[in-house]
Design a protein around this ligand. Structure first.
Ligand SMILES: [Ca+2]
Ligand SMILES: [Ca+2]
Ligand SMILES: [Ca+2]
Ligand SMILES: [Ca+2]
Ligand SMILES: [Zn+2]
Length: 630
């Protein structure tokens, strides 16, 4: 880890001195001042209000302001424009003093490919803010930002994102990128969208009174509930649909809304015409992202933020036979193992967040599966009430990132049912529990009361009986920061486990005369390997290299024609590979150590130097004299 720079320490000292002088006149009973009241770590150097969602213009200003505050750590570029001409601004965060962004392994983070899932923007901005404001204060963040690059695209689907925040909408719309489309075949495009009929700033459901309707008002008048005959003579209702007018006078309401294909079915891996039409990467928003990603091979892992469901979805290798999974069978799960459920139960005796993926993968993909299992186990522990689950394929971004680039890919389904409102602990949040949550935590503010209003096409109607916009899919303001911080913790944890190669030790054993065995042990203590199984299968993995150099009369002896490693008779360590070349290629897995053996000739005052080079894992060098190594 790099030490925090001298000038920063100096300014911290000056600050302490200033505070000490200021406090001198007061009752300064203690000599030592509290330097970080409340665990202060720099966030107040650039305060951001995490109790609201931001429009495109607001967050564009926000990211440019914070970049101007931390120019040594952040850059902004537009990776392209949306169909409506908005820039897709990407933040690149890394310490410029320690190298250019594309020379370091990178974490990609994006939010809200689905236009309405704007909590992903919050969480992406939060990762940005956490890294930048804490860099000077927090050794963990400092080391991450020195050694890692973070590419952060706060909102991917910029047009729909802005629309969702700026206008009254249901929780589910607009979801797709803007693409003019004639849904009802009348020759007009997007001519009949939803509207806020009663002007209350929310988009709810419309009902009309109907003597044969299947609904009635609940006893407390807050919800529309099913009507049954034994309820007798009460006012009955039927649903008309979402709030809106018949804009084109065709007798139908909201029949031609905005939006094109599902953008998270518009990527190439497992693409189908059904949802990802008309062809992979047809939308400027998805194409711009992919063009950046495929031309930045330093991207090692990726997070895509969605709403909703409290899920850590992750890319696992395909099963041995696509579509089949190893089943938990009574009496054993193959290879003499216990059934999956039983093994998981045992693991959870020690760690209630333990995970076990019930999938048989080809042996050359087993490490990816193991690594992902470890990572989402940590994720479940950090996020507490999130559930890890394997992700789908079908033209999805995360599937394409793993499938075509070999990145370790995660899709976070943020927020979800307020499970803390489940007071009878049946694992569900009933309507009654939801209403109690709204009453007690939100003081009623999250609910639209049913009320009568006039509609130009329908006459007297009722509107309401639904939650407001930021309740179900995206969290209400009071939960936003808590959610974002937990998610950031997981992203940073993942980045902290990017591979890092080290030379553990070099050991010299004299064989005879001027002949010595030199054993070098290289290791990677991190969870991730230096390249994924998928990259190795794709043929895009860059091998780790071990370079041998020597001087002072020492030379390596190649041992030609030797099929098996020669054993060092004095130290028959198993698992040692012998090397007879100046450059040896290999691959370090996660939490792995490997020992390589050279035969050298020389004197004890001569030296050998070993250097390990890894595309994602960095470099490490160690030089010793033969005498030092013995
Ligand atoms: Ca139309
Ligand atoms: Ca309409
Ligand atoms: Ca309304
Ligand atoms: Ca219409
Ligand atoms: Zn989504």
């Amino acid at each position: 880890m790099r030490a925090i720079s001298r000038s920063r320490l100096l300014s911290a000292c000056l600050l302490a001195l200033t505070l000490a002088v200021a406090g001198a006149g007061t009752a300064a009973a203690q000599a030592k001042l509290q330097q970080s009241p409340g665990g202060y770590h720099g966030e107040l150097d650039f305060p951001i209000d995490w109790k609201r969602y931001y429009t495109f213009a607001e967050r564009t200003k926000l990211i440019h302001d914070i970049q101007a505050k931390y120019p040594q750590l952040a850059e902004i570029e537009s990776i392209g424009k949306s169909r409506m001409g908005r820039d897709q601004y990407l933040l690149t965060i890394t310490a410029k003093s320690t190298g250019a962004p594309d020379t370091k392994p990178a974490m990609w983070v994006d939010g809200a490919i689905h236009g309405n899932e704007v909590n992903g923007i919050t969480c992406a901005l939060y990762v940005m803010w956490y890294l930048l404001t804490r860099y000077d204060y927090d050794p963990f963040v400092h080391e991450l930002v020195d050694n890692t690059t973070f590419y952060i695209l706060p909102g991917l689907n910029v047009d729909a994102n802005d629309s969702y925040v700026s206008f009254p909408n249901t929780a589910n719309n607009p979801r797709e990128p803007y693409r003019p489309e004639d849904n009802d075949g009348d020759g007009l495009y997007d001519e009949d969208q939803t509207e806020d009929v009663d002007g209350d700033g929310e988009l709810s459901t419309m009902y009309v009174e109907d003597p044969d309707g299947t609904l009635k008002l609940s006893a407390d008048g807050r919800r529309f509930v099913p009507y049954t005959e034994e309820m007798g003579s009460v006012k009955r209702f039927r649903v008309v649909g979402q709030e809106g007018f018949d804009n084109d006078g065709d007798g139908r309401i909201n029949e031609d809304d905005l939006g094109g294909p599902d953008p998270n079915r518009n990527f190439a891996y497992g693409w189908t015409l059904d949802a990802g039409w008309p062809y992979p990467l047809s939308e400027p928003e998805t194409r711009n992202v992919w063009e950046f990603q495929r031309t930045h091979p330093n991207i090692f892992a990726t997070f895509n933020f969605h709403n909703t469901g409290r899920l850590i979805m992750f890319m696992a290798p395909n099963a041995v036979r696509p579509g089949t999974q190893a089943q938990a069978r009574p009496g054993g799960g193959g290879q003499g193992q216990l059934p999956v459920a039983e093994r998981l139960a045992r693991l959870r005796e020690d760690n209630k967040y333990a995970q076990l993926v019930d999938r048989q993968v080809p042996p050359e993909y087993q490490h990816d599966l193991d690594v992902q299992t470890k990572m989402v186990t940590a994720g479940a522990r950090l996020l507490k009430d999130y559930r890890p689950t394997t992700s789908g394929l079908s033209g999805q971004h995360q599937a394409t990132l793993y499938g075509h680039l070999g990145t370790y890919a995660y899709l976070m389904e943020l927020w979800g049912d307020p499970i803390f409102a489940d007071i009878d602990e049946d694992g569900q949040v009933s309507d009654e529990e939801t209403m109690l949550w709204i009453d007690m935590e939100l003081h009623g503010e999250g609910w639209i009361m049913p009320h009568e209003t006039q509609h130009p096409d329908l006459g007297t109607i009722w509107i309401g009986g639904t939650p407001k916009k930021h309740m179900e899919r995206t969290p209400p303001s009071r939960y936003m920061e808590e959610e974002a911080q937990k998610v950031a913790d997981f992203v940073l944890y993942s980045a902290s486990q990017f591979p890092k190669v080290e030379i553990d030790r070099i050991r010299v054993t004299r064989e005879t005369g001027d002949l010595y065995w030199v054993d070098v042990t290289v290791k990677n203590d991190r969870i991730y390997p230096t390249s994924s199984d998928r990259e190795n299968a794709l043929g895009t993995a860059v091998k780790d290299k071990l370079l041998f150099r020597s001087g002072g009369g020492v030379r390596m002896l190649a041992i030609p024609g030797l099929a098996a490693p020669p054993q060092n008779p004095r130290d028959p360590t198993p698992g040692v590979a012998s090397v007879g070349e100046a450059t040896h290629e290999f691959r370090l897995k996660g939490e792995d150590a490997q020992t390589f053996r050279y035969l050298v000739q020389g004197s004890e005052s001569g030296w050998v130097e070993l250097e390990v080079e890894s595309f994602f894992g960095g470099t490490a060098t160690k030089r010793i004299t033969l005498r030092e190594g013995m």
